[in-house]
Design a protein around this ligand. Structure first.
Ligand code: GLC
Length: 751
């Protein structure tokens, strides 16, 4: 440090010493932890070891006895914090070894303060907000004694018929990985032993979103290249982000049930990826190996689970019942049990449960803290995607009376969406409530009609009164979509049109010719092509959570511009599914030159060639709205795309830049998206793949250069015959504001 001021030298030296200790500290911590695990393991009986591999539901009749006997590793679904405390005390103070419990809960998009469903959070394209939301969820959940959440769900899916698309981050592997990792950071914080953190559990490993027909739990038949290039990358990103655990899926993958899938679990996850976290089954998914027709009985299912290195069994009792026998018979070695127990005890040490099993105690930030509600409101604002606006939003000054109509304008439970165990509708602020408050403050008249009791109701009530009020109103705000019961687990739909009499309702309220702005709340893309022409504006709000009302009011009345972008492609018709942006080119890609619409086929046509390309005669080949699409109240231009180095070698960094300008007259955010395409490969590659994105807020007239750096190594893919390869050749790159358009550049990887 010659020549540096003495004091600065001292500071730098101190920093160096601390840094090197910190580095050692991490391995020192792990060394001490592992020693403690070994010491404890040596004291455990086989029965106590097997007990750690069991997760019991809160209603299990002998739960107290089992815990007192040290035969439970984890509990789930115990919503009462006092009971959690009592059960934890039993484990720590009454059982022989005092091993604390993992306390699990589905904290999927908030605990008491409910955030938008994960699909809506993905639509925000705001990584920091997603992380902050998970942090808040962890604080609230930990305050109730929970120390383990079964989230993030990162099941890539291309099928909106599947009810659980709501829980995912959509169709793109990169988005699922980025937002899943953000949730892991939020849940686990910087130090998992901090009592205001909870362990994450990435799920469902794997290919749950590939259920045939979008029918939940259905078979997943998926080529290895697609499994490794689309489904698995988010799990690798999540593991690299430090996820403490992973949950296996219900489905089979190409004939082998995920929960007993030795190649995917033992060979890939454990041996190739080196994952040392806890792997938990889904609810009874281990015993379901029998129902799948993979194991002849539960004993054999137990054998498969242990061979696959499944650590903990959720609720079913195969491990408890058959592991002793399997060890006795020498088919399972006790060392396999020890490995599972080590991972479970390691997670409990990492959570700090041996030092502080009771978590935050009484001094925690109260549930629904104003700052939590504000974060939920901001996330809801940024998740709303404006799909159409023919100058009817934001509500113009001259509008002095509004007809608020529809089944989701005042639906405090439904606006929270699926997987809301601990959210309470009493805390929801609905759009109707917020609009009435805004109207009262600004001298506006509001005429409200629910019109349909539920989104799926088939009868419009009070049609005459509705028309009367639409006639006297200056505009209509229509709240449509699906109630939360139509979304989520086991809630798949073959028909994803607007349910019930909603299309009739749209036609009814548009009759008088007043401007109609529609807000659609749903847990999936719904198909609404028939109703769309009657809507002058469309805001897609997903299920926005507790603060749906204030968030939508802010947007509708122009306090803030919508900024969401679609994380999933919207089909025009359910028959187009699967339809997604990162598709292959095929040998006969569709075009408007070749497609003849069914209505345009000449009557005399018999063998008339209708264009031999990959389209539908009736619905063509394009979606209703493409992945990455979303409008704002402003307008933006992209110009001057540049590649610093259009000729690269594998491992080089590709630097791309573009200038974004807000050419409108209000502040707004735009999401600049970077896509690449490998034109030729040892396997065919998608026509586009999202590689990075940046959400930028600009004032009117403001410009900014947006710069991306991509490691060419990351442009590779898994070829089953070669492993992960990044191949020399020609590539295209797009810088755009959705997956359909963009400024194109070309580059080459030479070797
Ligand atoms: C469910 C879900 C899983 C959830 C678990 C516990 O069936 O598939 O995602 O975490 O059971 O509730």
């Amino acid at each position: 440090m010659k020549g540096l001021p003495y004091k600065l030298t001292g500071i730098l030296l101190l920093a160096f010493v601390l840094f090197s200790c910190a580095g050692n500290y991490a391995s020192e911590y792990e060394k001490q932890r592992d020693q403690k695990v070994e010491t404890l393991l040596q004291e455990m009986t086989l029965e106590e070891k097997i007990g750690q591999l069991m997760q019991k539901n809160g209603e299990f009749p002998q739960l107290r006895e089992y815990i007192e006997d040290g035969l439970v590793g984890s509990i789930l679904n115990v919503p009462d914090p006092k009971r959690v405390y009592e059960l934890q005390r039993l484990a720590v103070e009454e059982s022989r070894l005092g091993i604390p419990l993992l306390v699990g809960r589905d904290v999927i998009h908030g605990f008491k303060t409910i955030f938008p469903i994960p699909l809506g959070q993905a639509a925000s394209w705001n990584v920091d907000l997603v992380e902050d939301g998970a942090r808040i969820a962890a604080i609230e959940a930990a305050s109730q004694g929970i120390n383990w959440t079964f989230a993030p769900m990162i099941d890539v899916t291309r099928d909106p018929r599947w009810g659980r698309i709501a829980e995912s981050f959509g169709e793109d592997p990169f988005l699922n990985g980025v937002f899943g990792a953000a949730m892991v950071r939020g849940f686990q914080g910087d130090d998992l032993s901090n009592p205001n953190t909870i362990a994450a559990c990435a799920k469902h490993y794997a290919a749950y979103g590939w259920a045939e027909g979008g029918r939940d739990y259905n078979t997943a038949n998926i080529p290895e290249s697609e499994l490794h290039n689309v489904v698995l990358p988010p799990f690798k990103m999540i593991i690299d982000a430090g996820a403490a655990s992973i949950m296996t899926a219900f489905n089979e993958i190409n004939g082998i049930p995920a929960t007993g899938h030795v190649p995917l679990m033992r060979d890939l996850l454990r041996q190739e990826w080196g994952y040392e976290g806890v792997v938990l089954s889904d609810w009874r998914s281990l015993e379901q190996l029998v129902i799948h027709g993979y194991s002849p009985n539960e004993k054999e299912a137990t054998y498969e689970g242990m061979q696959a290195t499944l650590d903990m069994e959720m609720v079913s009792t195969g491990y408890e019942t058959y592991l002793p026998e399997l060890i006795e018979e020498g088919r399972i070695d006790e060392s396999q049990i020890d490995d599972a127990v080590r991972r479970i005890l390691g997670m409990k040490f990492d959570l700090g449960l041996f030092e502080n099993p009771y978590g935050l105690g009484e001094d925690f930030p109260e549930l629904l803290h104003p700052s939590h509600l504000e974060a939920s409101r901001q996330m809801a604002i940024e998740s709303v995607v404006m799909l159409k606006n023919e100058d009817v939003l934001p509500v113009p000054e001259h509008v002095r009376s509004i007809a608020v109509i529809g089944p989701l304008a005042d639906a405090p439970h439904d606006q929270m969406g699926t997987w809301v165990f601990d959210g309470e509708k009493e805390h929801s602020v609905t759009p109707l409530q917020s609009i009435r408050e805004f109207a009262g403050d600004n001298g506006l008249e509001v005429y409200y009609h629910r019109a349909l009791q539920l989104s799926r109701s088939k009868e419009i009530t009070n049609a005459d009164a509705i028309l009367r009020d639409v006639n006297r109103a200056d505009m209509v705000l229509l709240f449509l979509g699906e109630e939360s019961i139509l979304s989520g687990e086991a809630h798949s739909l073959a028909n994803i049109d607007l349910q019930g009499a909603q299309e009739e309702l749209v036609e009814l309220v548009s009759g008088p010719g007043k401007p109609v702005a529609a807000v659609i709340m749903a847990g999936r893309p719904v198909t609404f092509e028939k109703a769309e022409p009657y809507m002058d504006a469309v805001l897609y709000a997903w299920h926005p959570g507790t603060m749906a009302g204030p968030a939508l009011t802010d947007i509708i009345f122009g306090k803030v511009s919508p900024s969401g972008k679609l994380p999933v492609t919207f089909p025009r018709h359910v028959g187009q599914i699967p339809i997604y942006y990162n598709h292959k080119n095929t040998g006969k890609p569709p075009s408007y030159e070749s497609w003849v619409h069914i209505d345009d086929i000449p009557e005399e046509a018999v063998q008339y060639s209708l264009g031999n390309t990959a389209h539908y005669l009736d619905y063509g080949f394009e979606p209703m709205y493409p992945f990455g699409f979303g409008l704002t109240y402003s307008s933006f231009e992209l110009e001057n795309p540049e590649l610093e180095n259009p000729t690269l070698q594998v491992g080089d960094t590709l630097r791309a830049s573009v200038v974004l300008q807000n050419t409108g007259d209000v502040e707004a955010a735009e999401v600049v998206q970077l896509y690449t395409r490998q034109l030729f490969g040892s396997l065919t590659r998608p026509v586009k793949e999202l590689r990075d994105f940046k959400k930028i807020v600009l004032e009117p007239g403001q410009s900014r250069e947006v710069v991306f750096e991509i490691n060419t190594q990351d442009l590779g893919f898994h070829n089953p015959d070669k492993g992960f390869v990044t191949e020399p050749g020609d590539y295209h790159l797009w810088l755009g504001t959705d997956s359909r358009d963009g400024l194109k550049k070309e580059f080459e990887i030479t070797r």
